[in-house]
Design a protein around this ligand. Structure first.
Ligand SMILES: NC(=O)c1ccc[n+]([C@@H]2O[C@H](COP(=O)([O-])OP(=O)(O)OC[C@H]3O[C@@H](n4cnc5c(N)ncnc54)[C@H](O)[C@@H]3O)[C@@H](O)[C@H]2O)c1
Length: 341
């Protein structure tokens, strides 16, 4: 089976994708520098799949290290590139760190892929490229808006770099996957989301509050023009998201792609408000969550959810899991993590 490099493969989405790749029989090599993950994730992946992926601890900012890696693994057929820094607020404070880690590393990898006889490349992009879209649900044709943060900008620039490279490197085929809001954990609770410090995302904040690590959840604004006044997002179970990567990779490796560079939205197609997510958590956990409504947070968009037609029809992929499934798995994962710490 083909050998696939997964960068950032010990991270949240990467680890779940490695599991699905191994389940499909791919040989996986992970590169991660452990800057936002733990080596223990490797054991979690091994426990689920019965197979330990090859692991190289490498900082992808090390250009010579990247070159040496590809010299050693010159039989790589595809790369799924998750490795990146992802904290929006930090990116405003440290833009150069974000441009170096998210753009520099991408360029180094593409330079190596250019040398291979053929290569499939999957890029972790984000619905953040659409900003507050004028029309909902959001299709892939919605205009890319001026980025709200250096992090968002790295996704836009990253997509442009890949598109421009595909135009002139015939051996390279690529797909940018624009994720909506990944949540949940693997049902085995061997792997899940492991935020370092205060969680930036809603679901780990909810589970950490419920377990007593945080005092309360702040809901930023209930006066938005939405049915219950809170912001709406499209929460996708990380296992569904991981499976989409395997489908997208298969599309490229079997030459079924229609263009050399393609983009797909990955979401459920259904928007859920912050309060609906809280209610889903309370429903599946049987616990009341301590939360309070506070003022709006600067930069939050009101509503974003995906039009999934292209992913459903072109990729042949659909989500199978619900928000309740995601909340239950996230809750079980939180309980497991805390019982071990
Ligand atoms: N989680 C989300 O909400 C979300 C939404 C849209 C897009 N994305 C994108 O998806 C990708 C994966 O996100 P995630 O949530 O799994 O993040 P994560 O932080 O859990 O995983 C990223 C992994 O990459 C590693 N890494 C970072 N810089 C590296 C470097 N220079 N060299 C080697 N390894 C490095 C980290 O140690 C980590 O294990 C990122 O590109 C992110 O921007 C995430």
């Amino acid at each position: 089976m083909d050998k696939i490099l997964v960068t950032g493969g010990l991270g949240f989405i990467g680890s779940h994708t490695v599991v699905e790749l191994q389940n499909e029989g791919y040989e996986v090599v992970i590169i991660d520098d452990l800057s936002n993950s733990s080596i223990k994730v490797l054991d979690g992946i091994t426990a689920i799949t019965g197979k330990k992926p090859i692991f190289e601890k490498l900082d992808l900012k090390d250009k010579a290290g990247v070159e040496a890696f590809f010299k050693m693994h010159n039989d790589i057929k595809g790369v799924i590139h998750f490795a990146a820094s992802k904290a929006v607020g930090e990116s405003v404070q440290e833009p150069l760190l974000y441009y170096e880690n998210n753009i520099g590393t991408l360029v180094y990898i593409l330079k190596e892929l250019k040398k291979l006889p053929s290569a499939a490349f999957i890029f972790s992009s984000s619905c953040t490229v659409y900003g507050q879209a004028d029309e909902l649900p959001i299709t892939e044709n919605a205009p890319v808006k001026q980025a709200e943060s250096p992090y968002g900008n790295t996704k836009q620039i990253g997509e442009e770099i890949i598109r421009d490279t595909c135009k002139v490197v015939p051996s390279l085929n690529a797909i940018a996957l624009r994720y909506f809001n990944p949540v949940g954990a693997h049902e085995s609770v061997e792997i899940g989301e492991l935020p370092i410090g205060v969680p930036q995302n809603l679901v780990p904040f909810i589970t950490q509050t419920a377990i007593g690590l945080r005092q309360e959840l702040s809901v930023f604004g209930d006066d938005y023009p939405t049915p219950d006044g809170t912001c709406i997002r499209d929460y996708i179970h990380v296992v569904d998201l991981a499976k989409a990567h395997v489908v997208a990779l298969g599309r490229l490796l079997s030459g079924k792609n229609k263009e050399r560079y393609e983009t797909f939205n990955l979401g459920t197609g259904k928007g859920s408000s912050v309060l609906e997510v809280v209610q889903a958590f309370e429903r599946v956990s049987g616990k009341k969550l301590n939360y309070k409504i506070v003022g709006r947070r600067e930069g939050d968009i009101i509503s974003a959810y995906a039009d999934t037609t292209k992913a459903n029809e072109e990729l042949g992929w659909k989500t199978e899991l619900t928000l309740d499934d995601a909340m239950l798995s996230a809750w079980k994962w939180e309980q497991k993590v805390r019982s071990e710490s």
